[in-house]
Write a new protein. Structure first.
Length: 114
């Protein structure tokens, strides 16, 4: 009966496999879902504003996450696809005058054309 449970593999081959193939991947996906659901987006937006001058829009999409090591510490790397405000200034000659990624202050915003 025990041999039948091995599905034709030797005892040595079966003993090496303690967890099904997808168990860790499923657990990692579940962990990333819990962490992304708990993120404080107000703090994240402030960090991006301070460090990069960028502003997040509402449509942020989680792409992937995994465990990593950074500066001898275990960390969770979480990759998101996010929109930012991007302003292109183009001269009348068609050349780029400036490219600005980040927050548009109310004073710099174009007037409403209602």
């Amino acid at each position: 009966m025990y041999q039948a449970a091995l599905d034709g593999k030797t005892m040595a081959e079966k003993e090496k496999k303690l967890v099904p193939d997808d168990a860790f991947q499923k657990g990692e996906r579940d962990l990333m879902d819990i962490v992304t659901g708990s993120l404080n987006w107000d703090v994240i937006e402030k960090l991006l504003e301070e460090k990069y001058g960028l502003s997040l829009q509402d449509d942020i999409e989680f792409k992937e996450g995994h465990l990593t090591v950074k500066e001898d510490r275990i960390a969770y790397q979480m990759d998101f696809q996010a929109r930012i405000t991007l302003s292109l200034m183009i001269g009348r000659d068609g050349r780029c005058v400036d490219v600005v990624a980040g927050v548009v202050s109310p004073a710099d915003a174009p007037p409403d054309t209602e």
